[in-house]
Design a protein around this ligand. Structure first.
Ligand SMILES: Nc1nc2c(ncn2[C@@H]2O[C@H](COP(=O)(O)OP(=O)(O)OP(=O)(O)O)[C@@H](O)[C@H]2O)c(=O)[nH]1
Ligand SMILES: [Mg+2]
Ligand SMILES: [Zn+2]
Length: 361
């Protein structure tokens, strides 16, 4: 266990950036910890004095219910001084450098997948999992979170022409790193390992069964994460990894393994224009500023499609995600209005009760 928190990715906030930073009074490293795993009844932390179990204080839990931050894998937190027994108490989640999140499929809120991530790799297996549309969703969520994306095409041993898939990812024109990996080709894994830097926090995202945990185990040099040793076609639909966890690799890089995500609806979507920057650039040359690229005269996007320079799939994917963003935004606004009404009602009631107490005097 490495107790030096800089090895776990701690970077002191720059004092010049924000002189009245709320972090400053709490910088005592004795009270600093990083969340490495979440469990139902709390989380696992690394602190300057070793690994600890931690749980949020009632106050922090209450603030989280009001929309505040809940400790998540990758978070830096401030601890209260330890008590003789029981888990250490987490008093505060420090401001996040970046946040990987998606629209929670079970709720109207956001589900935070990991915090303070520097680079997130979307893992997509070279066989039937490969899907550019899904990749675009993942990349948008990653850009949205302020994280640098990368792509891993895994299990390249299962297809004839893995390079063709790499080419398809590169043709998105985003200039992001793409790795083609196979456990049957150690050199491919070594090339990936060589691209990771010490104290850099990475995350692996992707469908279940694409080989995320297998890669984590290889990088750790031991079988820490459970993987299912079944034939590939029997594997379908199972989720082997059940919780997110951050590992310190022997090379010094920090890697977050996540359970497979069946679907990803982007939470913010502000980064759609980044994921579709080729379309955005083309659209700037359309005759009409508000061109919908749908039969208008002088449309540069349609011209590019006709010339074979842009795939029509890309335009329809962009349309679909833009519609989805508007829909989710609408639902979120409706929820915000509802919550505001509830707050107003509570306030009215409190004022009325206070007035009654005054009247009784
Ligand atoms: N042929 C082949 N199989 C692989 C490769 N990498 C992983 N596998 C197999 O794929 C299966 C799933 O691997 P996991 O690492 O558990 O997948 P995962 O992405 O962690 O899945 P979840 O934890 O459910 O999200 C296992 O049976 C692995 O042995 C590879 O490069 N080639
Ligand atoms: Mg796994
Ligand atoms: Zn147009």
């Amino acid at each position: 266990m490495n107790n030096d928190l800089t090895a776990w990715g701690w970077r002191a906030p720059s004092l010049a950036a924000d002189s009245d930073s709320p972090l400053e009074p709490h910088l005592d490293p004795k009270h600093l910890a990083r969340v490495v795993a979440e469990h139902r009844d709390g989380c696992r932390l690394v602190t300057a004095s070793g690994e600890r179990r931690g749980a949020p204080t009632g106050k922090l839990r209450h603030r989280a219910e009001q929309g505040g931050l809940t400790p998540t894998v990758g978070d830096w937190v401030r601890l209260l001084p330890p008590e003789p027994s029981g888990p250490v108490r987490i008093a505060e989640v420090l401001p996040r450098r970046s946040t990987l999140q998606r629209h929670d499929p079970d709720q109207t809120g956001a589900q935070v997948l990991a915090a303070n991530v520097d680079r997130a790799f979307v893992v997509t297996s070279a066989n039937d999992d490969f899907n550019l549309g899904r990749l675009e969703r993942f990349l948008t969520a990653i850009y949205d979170g302020g994280v640098n994306p990368g792509v891993i095409v895994s299990k390249t041993d299962l297809v004839e022409d893995a390079q063709a898939l790499v080419d398809q990812v590169e043709a998105l024109g985003l200039g992001i790193p793409v790795f083609a990996l196979s456990t049957h080709d150690p050199a491919s894994l070594e090339a990936f390992a060589a691209a990771l830097r010490p104290a850099e926090t990475l995350a692996l995202l992707g469908s279940s069964g694409v080989g995320k945990s297998t890669l984590v185990n290889w990088l750790l040099g031991e079988e820490v994460q459970r993987v299912l040793g079944l034939r590939d076609d029997l594997y379908r639909g199972r989720h082997t990894t059940t919780h997110r966890q951050l590992f310190l690799l022997p090379s010094g890089a920090l890697l977050i393994d996540t359970p497979g995500l069946r679907q990803i609806q982007v939470w913010d979507g502000a980064a759609l224009e980044t994921t579709f920057q080729d379309l955005e650039a083309l659209g700037a040359a359309c005759r009409f500023r508000d061109c919908a690229h749908d039969g208008e005269p002088g449309c540069a996007v349609e011209r590019a499609i006709d010339a074979g320079e842009l795939s029509p799939r890309r335009l329809s994917a962009y349309r679909k995600l833009t519609r989805e963003r508007a829909h989710l935004q609408g639902r979120r606004d409706a929820r915000a209005r509802h919550e505001q009404r509830q707050r107003a009602k509570r306030l009215t009631r409190a004022v009325r009760d206070a007035q009654r107490r005054v009247d009784r005097w």
